[in-house]
Write a protein that binds this ligand. Structure first.
Ligand code: HEC
Length: 119
């Protein structure tokens, strides 16, 4: 009987260690787009917000991501121009919400690192 518990313990510890290892494998790598391609806020970034965010982020929840309001709500409070890794917006989407397609996250990352222009 004691042996069964020992085996169970070993299996549980093994599973726990394995699950940590698995988490590490799941770490998202968000590719950046080539720097010679300008990402445009108006036609490439805002539509992501309009399609995925404004149901929750409007007058009742910050940041207000509706068209015409999003840029000034984000920069500089949630976006550090030129530094996606330091930007609350990018980190929230990468590690918080996690509901955005990697391609869209890539666009946002590149837009921020290109200076978060209102273009
Ligand atoms: C289903 C509702 C919902 C959707 C859709 C949603 N969010 Fe959020 N968001 C929240 C809630 C609730 C919080 C606050 C709690 C938290 O941090 O998760 C939040 C927090 C945030 C924050 C941090 C706000 C702060 O002041 O700390 C940012 C930035 C953000 N969301 C951006 C986005 C973007 C960009 C999208 C679209 C890609 C999005 N959210 C989609 C509900 C939503």
């Amino acid at each position: 009987m004691k042996k069964i518990f020992q085996i169970l313990l070993i299996v549980c510890v093994g599973l726990a260690m394995n699950s940590c290892y698995y988490d590490e494998l799941q770490e998202k790598v968000i590719p950046e787009l080539p720097s010679d391609v300008d990402i445009l806020f108006g036609t490439q970034i805002q539509p992501i917000f309009t399609a995925n965010c404004i149901g929750c982020h409007n007058t009742s929840r910050n940041p207000d991501l509706r068209e015409g309001f999003a840029y000034s709500a984000l920069v500089p409070q949630y976006v550090t121009a030129g530094n996606a890794a330091e930007s609350k917006l990018y980190n929230q989407l990468k590690d918080g919400h996690q509901n955005l397609a990697t391609a869209n996250l890539s666009l946002i990352k590149t837009w921020i690192n290109q200076g978060a222009k209102r273009n």
